[in-house]
Design a protein around this ligand. Structure first.
Ligand code: GLV
Length: 323
């Protein structure tokens, strides 16, 4: 019976799917991230045929080596796979898969929730009310900014960026600008969106900038002090991609000095650490990497990761193989 290891408890839909496929499934008994040495010792002991991993697992050559020759696949239960050294896996003949598609709607919703929340000062207003500071309606109390008909700048026009653009154009009559390494003229026609040749142009023009790029050497600190200064002082920055795309210290400084108006971010440069300066600020919303965290979507992600394993172990190409 093939053996599958899951590095941490996941929604039952995924575990059940693997069991129904006839595998022996072992789950890390502790509900926490395994240290690399711990993961390696599980892998060496268990001799698994497949491993279902999470974005909090850092997977390099040593880990793949430890997995052994019988191991066919590491299925990452995430769309992003910057936690995996894919080339190192390939070198020892291990496939890597991710879970694109199933989380697009949810992450786009969270992105929009962040955008509306920072513009309408929702979190700040909630803190204000709970602190007993509300003493009656005031004409100038907690004035925010409208989202409707403003300009949204998308950096990275993949599935999630496109879905955010859809909500912006269709729901809020926003003007959509985007920068991506690849131009998409069909998208432009569909949403009357405009392409910009450089991220800097988007930063200069947009009222809201939303980041949807993968984390790569070329996108590390894509938003740094210099680029923050290019943004309008009235602009807001939203990030639901990966933390290291933004220089977090530079962001805290820019928010403190009023270089930009506000930010709402779901991801951090050195998770789970959050830059302490950000914690002191009112004009930033910080959610704990939960953009895909709905019951429905996490179940679908777990199922899709399981499906990738099932196909790989059946000798087929998993649907979301990372090439
Ligand atoms: C979440 O961050 C994911 O990449 O799925």
């Amino acid at each position: 019976m093939p053996k599958v290891f899951i590095t941490r408890k996941i929604p039952e839909a995924g575990t059940e799917k693997l069991k129904k496929a006839g595998y022996e499934v072992e789950v890390n008994p502790e509900d926490r991230v395994l240290k690399k040495e711990e993961l390696i010792s599980f892998l060496k002991r268990g001799k698994y045929d497949a491993v279902l991993v999470l974005l909090t697992d850092k997977l390099d050559a040593e880990v793949f080596e430890a997995a052994g020759k019988q191991c066919k696949i590491f299925a990452n239960m995430a769309v992003g796979f910057d936690n995996v050294e894919v080339a190192a896996a390939k070198k020892v003949g291990i496939m890597v898969a991710n879970t694109p598609g199933v989380l697009t709607d949810t992450v786009a919703e969270h992105t929009f929730a962040l955008m509306l929340a920072i513009a309408h000062r929702i979190a700040e207003g909630d803190r204000f009310s709970r602190a007993g500071k509300y003493h009656g309606w005031e004409p100038m109390l907690l004035l925010g900014a409208d989202v409707s008909r403003k300009t949204l700048g998308i950096l990275g026009l993949g599935r999630i960026g496109s879905r955010v653009a859809h909500h912006a154009a269709r729901g809020f009559d926003m003007k959509v600008l985007y920068y991506d390494v690849k131009r998409n003229e069909d998208f432009e026609k569909e949403f009357s969106a405009q392409y910009r040749l450089a991220a800097e142009e988007v930063l200069r023009e947009a009222d809201f900038v939303s980041i949807h790029v993968p984390l790569l050497p070329s996108t590390h600190h894509l938003i740094d002090a210099k680029r923050l200064k290019m943004m309008k002082p009235t602009a807001y920055l939203i990030n639901t991609s990966r933390g290291p795309v933004i220089d977090e210290k530079a962001l805290a400084e820019a928010l403190k000095k009023g270089v930009i108006k506000g930010a709402a971010i779901d991801v951090f440069e050195n998770e789970p650490r959050i830059e302490p300066e950000l914690l002191k600020l009112e004009n930033v919303i910080l959610t704990p990497h939960i953009a895909s965290a709905t019951q429905e979507t996490r179940a679908k992600m777990a199922e899709l990761a399981a499906e990738n394993i099932i196909l790989a172990l059946a000798g087929q190409t998993p649907p979301n193989l990372i090439k």
